[in-house]
Design a protein around this ligand. Structure first.
Ligand code: ADP
Ligand code: ADP
Ligand code: MG
Length: 669
């Protein structure tokens, strides 16, 4: 076994590899870019070496710097993780040339599978079933048109050198082919430097089912069963599970044996994944082979009780596979959800920012010394800590949440519960979306295919729910208790006191919130018998039962309501387990000051668009009341009343684009 390895990656996969190495007594060397100086993976490794600027192509993709770092630190092997250099045959070869073990397949196997077209030709020879299509050398547009016509529409164009869902085009009819071909080739050239394409019959309602294979250098090759990765957005996996619902023993064996045949055909060594596309009737076709450890490998670890990174290290150091095919078993069911920094409501656009608040569900968090061979109910593979930034330089995946249950139903319940306890503030995440997905009837009922998200828009993207009284009450309580006079007074909890203690607290406080563009007022009043919270027609007597950091338990008319409230500038995040509500709090002092500086004129702070007008002409408003909301630089800005007064004239309408500094409305104090 190696005594020291270098991990040529970052984020959760680098942390995950470090965990296994630590358990096996193997020392680790991290590499890091400028953006990652303080990253979690650097802290977890025994040594670390800087490899350049933040841009991946100047650091994590620099084979020369990584090999130099391995040589300088005396690492005997390099683990490439996934992405970056993991499927780069040149890098695998350069490691070998430098006398360093590449923890992955031989360069020749990466090469053989690197081109989807060439791989298909090989697979055809090995007797592995292929999707009807064309994967030859000829690239003349008229020829490809004729091939597509022969295959029959719809067809799928793929970049032969492609990956990560890039460059794919669905073509519905013959007339659309030429235009799609041109745009596919453009994207293939810019993303992969190779414009070669292949054509496949586009299957309707297919499932993505892949087989984990493992081979050693002594001629053994096994499959560790399947993963179902049908739930995708933009051809990218979102949820993965093992085993695949509805899989029969017979089909499992057929797919497993086809995958082993595929691996053997290219002289494979190490961990690999053979991806199949399957029809609803179970028939399946080879799609591609990923010659690396896959993002979703933990679900396989959970159901087999095997640590695949340990297997990788053993195989790379020359040992035989730890188990034979007949010693491998499936135990229970596992699900993985990829937690992304992205906005599902805006076409899953990545979101960057700092994790100002991060709380993960109670988990046997996969950290140093843990062994995935003991299935934990909840496992989290994470590359970040609270306070860390998600930068624009790398993949927006924050972490992976993996759960295990005796069966699918138990795993689903674990996942829903774990997602409810996953709190992120500081950037957009897909957590709430994942929860809706996991609980949606088609996913819960295992009615799986790659179009599941597209087809269930109404369930997965519901209209925003209004905050509701409990959420507003929690927000108001948190705002009162976070005021400096309470924090500094050390006088204890004012809510619990019945003696009329209220320091400088006015008898009645009014909080202005905006909930999805609707203004809401919450009043908090001191009464001799306690506190009264009012919102619209609803009211409740309130007392604080517990207040610990950002966690609150309050009693509302005798009902216990718990939640976490994170106040982030003017954003108030309320997590109740059931949901994550985001309210905008209009701080009257803050806004009054701004407006007064401008001499009472209510002007646009920057160029942008009017997204909501919250008042009407001649309406009387109180100081601090929200008047309108602008959107600029992807952020919302609320314009509030500088003092008590009357709206005289609205100068723009919702949807209008305005220049910086223009007057938005006139207002009479
Ligand atoms: P597939 O390639 O079939 O989508 P995976 O879901 O396992 O298989 O891999 C996700 C893809 O996203 C990989 O091909 C990898 O190139 C890319 N990727 C994911 N995370 C990262 C990361 N942290 N750094 C670089 N690339 C990444
Ligand atoms: P990548 O290299 O980007 O992972 P793949 O060839 O693995 O590309 O395909 C990615 C996804 O695209 C699949 O998981 C599936 O959802 C969809 N897909 C690929 N081929 C087909 C096909 N012939 N018919 C329908 N969907 C397909
Ligand atoms: Mg793929």
């Amino acid at each position: 076994m190696f005594t020291k390895i270098l991990i040529a990656n970052r984020g959760e996969i680098a942390c995950r590899v470090a965990a296994t190495a630590r358990r096996m007594g193997v020392k680790t060397v991290a590499v890091y870019s400028e953006a990652d100086v303080d990253a979690r993976h650097v802290a977890l490794c025994d040594e670390s070496v800087p490899v350049g600027p933040s841009a991946a192509r100047e650091s994590y993709l620099r084979a020369d710097k990584i090999i130099a770092a391995a040589l300088a630190t005396g690492a005997q092997a390099v683990h490439p993780g996934y992405g970056f250099l993991s499927e780069n045959a040149g890098f695998a070869q350069a490691c070998a040339d430098a006398g360093i073990s590449f923890i992955g397949p031989p360069a020749s196997a990466i090469d053989a599978m690197g081109s989807k077209s060439a791989a298909k030709t090989l697979m055809e020879k090995a007797g592995v079933p292929l999707v009807p299509g064309y994967h030859g050398e000829e690239q003349d547009p008229d020829f490809l048109q004729a091939e597509a016509d022969r295959i029959g529409y719809p067809v799928l164009l793929k970049a032969s050198a492609g990956g990560g869902g890039k460059g794919m085009r669905i073509v519905e009819s013959s007339e659309d082919l030429k235009a799609a071909l041109a745009s596919c080739k453009r994207e293939a050239t810019s993303s992969f430097g190779d414009d070669k394409v292949l054509i496949e019959k586009y299957l309707t309602r297919p499932r993505h089912i892949e087989i984990q294979v493992f081979a050693d250098s002594q001629g053994n090759c096994v499959y560790l069963f399947e993963r179902d990765c049908s739930v995708q957005r933009r051809h990218q996996k979102v949820l993965e599970e093992a085993p695949a619902p509805g899989m029969t023993e017979e089909r499992r064996r057929a797919m497993g044996e086809a995958a082993v045949a595929a691996a053997r055909a290219v002289g494979y060594v190490g961990a690999g994944t053979v991806e199949f596309i399957a029809n609803q009737d179970g028939s399946f076709y080879f799609m591609e082979m990923n010659t690396r450890l896959q993002v979703e490998h933990p679900v396989t670890e959970m159901i087999t009780g095997q640590d695949l990174v340990e297997w990788q290290l053993r195989v790379a150091s020359g040992e035989a596979l730890p188990l034979r095919q007949d010693q491998l078993r499936i135990n229970g069911h596992a699900l993985e959800a990829r937690i992304y920094a992205e906005n599902p409501d805006n076409n899953f656009l990545p979101s960057i920012g700092r994790l100002r608040h991060l709380r993960m569900p109670e988990a046997v968090s996969f950290s140093l010394g843990d062994n995935p061979a003991h299935p934990a109910a909840v496992r989290i593979d994470s590359g970040v800590r609270a306070g860390d930034a998600i930068s624009p330089f790398y993949d927006p995946m924050i972490a992976k949440l993996i759960v295990w249950g005796c069966d699918r139903e138990e795993a689903l319940a674990q996942m829903a519960s774990a997602l409810s306890h996953y709190q992120v503030v500081g950037l957009m995440s897909n957590i709430a979306f994942l929860k809706r997905l996991v609980e949606s009837p088609p996913f819960a009922g295992a009615d799986l295919d790659t179009g599941l998200i597209e087809r269930n828009q109404d369930v997965l993207f519901p209209a925003p729910q209004p905050a509701g009284f409990d959420v507003l009450a929690l927000a108001a309580v948190a705002l009162v208790l976070s005021e400096p006079r309470y924090v500094a007074s050390g006088a204890g909890d004012p809510w619990a006191r019945a003696d009329g203690w209220r320091m400088n607290m006015p008898l009645r406080r009014r909080f202005h919130f905006i909930d999805h563009a609707s203004p809401l007022d919450v009043a908090v009043s001191y009464r001799s018998q306690g506190w009264l919270i009012e919102q619209g027609a609803a009211a409740a007597q309130a007392s604080v039962v517990r207040h610990d950091g950002s966690d609150y338990a309050i009693r509302l008319d005798g009902r216990l309501v718990r939640g976490t409230v994170v106040i982030d500038g003017e954003d108030v995040h309320v997590f109740t387990g059931e949901r994550h509500a985001l309210l905008r709090y209009i701080d009257p002092l803050l806004h009054a000051g701004e407006a007064e500086d401008e001499g009472g004129r209510l002007t646009a702070p920057m160029p942008g668009k009017i997204v909501a007008i919250l008042v009407s002409k001649d309406e009387a408003v109180l100081k601090g009341a929200p008047l309108l909301i602008m959107e600029a630089m992807k952020m919302e800005h609320t314009i509030a009343a500088p003092r008590d007064g009357v709206v005289q004239e609205l100068l723009y309408a919702t949807g209008d684009q305005v220049e910086e500094g223009v007057q938005l409305l006139s207002f009479q104090a």
